[in-house]
Ligand binder design. Structure first.
Ligand SMILES: Cc1cc2nc3c(=O)[nH]c(=O)nc-3n(C[C@H](O)[C@H](O)[C@H](O)COP(=O)(O)O)c2cc1C
Length: 172
């Protein structure tokens, strides 16, 4: 499947998602991977890709990171038919236990409503929180949940496991 066009599209307010994107990129080790910050992209650019990994931290108690928030009206108009999308979400489970990684759910629902396919669902074991819009109806997170505020020690192993999982799901 080396002909697939793949992108990571992400937003980051304080640089943590930016850092995680770099880690993820190194571990993915793919030749044809574009890395794009969401504030630089137009909705039509999403259509260039077969596979998109979306990085989104949750901010302001259950809201999207500011660049994703600005982009959200356009995001809702994207036709995701034929595009496979995976999420990685940053959050703080102890600081915001009722809204842990809400962002991946806010964007994930749009992708599904607009015809996209989500891969890379992630189990919610190993986290402590009360509620999250990031949980899909199947009980799993819409994507990889990373908590650099409280569980830095798990980040690398989580990324390694998720990379293996998504490469497997994609047959890469
Ligand atoms: C004011 C503020 C509000 C936040 N709100 C949430 C939230 O509702 N849910 C959550 O899981 N994390 C929340 N966080 C934690 C961030 O998502 C987390 O620190 C993340 O790593 C930041 O990523 P970034 O540096 O890429 O923006 C919040 C952090 C701050 C400072």
């Amino acid at each position: 499947m080396s002909e697939n066009k793949i992108a990571i599209i992400y937003g980051s307010d304080t640089g943590i998602t930016d850092y995680i994107t770099t880690l993820l990129t190194n571990k993915l080790n793919l030749k044809n991977l574009d890395i794009i910050e969401v504030f630089t992209i137009k909705p039509i650019d999403f259509l260039k890709y077969d596979i998109i990994l979306i990085g989104v931290p949750t901010w302001y108690v259950g809201d999207l990171q500011s660049d994703w928030e600005d982009f959200f009206p356009d995001f809702q108009k994207i036709d995701f038919n034929g595009i496979k999308v995976a999420f990685f979400g940053l959050g703080d489970q102890y600081g915001y236990p009722d809204n842990f990684v809400d962002g991946i759910g806010i964007l994930g629902k749009v992708v599904l409503n607009n015809g996209g396919e989500i891969f890379g669902y992630w189990p919610n074991e190993g986290y402590e929180f009360n509620d999250s819009l990031g949980l899909a109806p199947n009980g799993m997170f819409y994507g990889l949940a990373i908590d650099e505020d409280n569980q830095q020690e798990h980040t690398e192993e989580r990324i390694d496991k998720w990379v293996k999982q998504i490469k497997n799901e994609l047959g890469l």
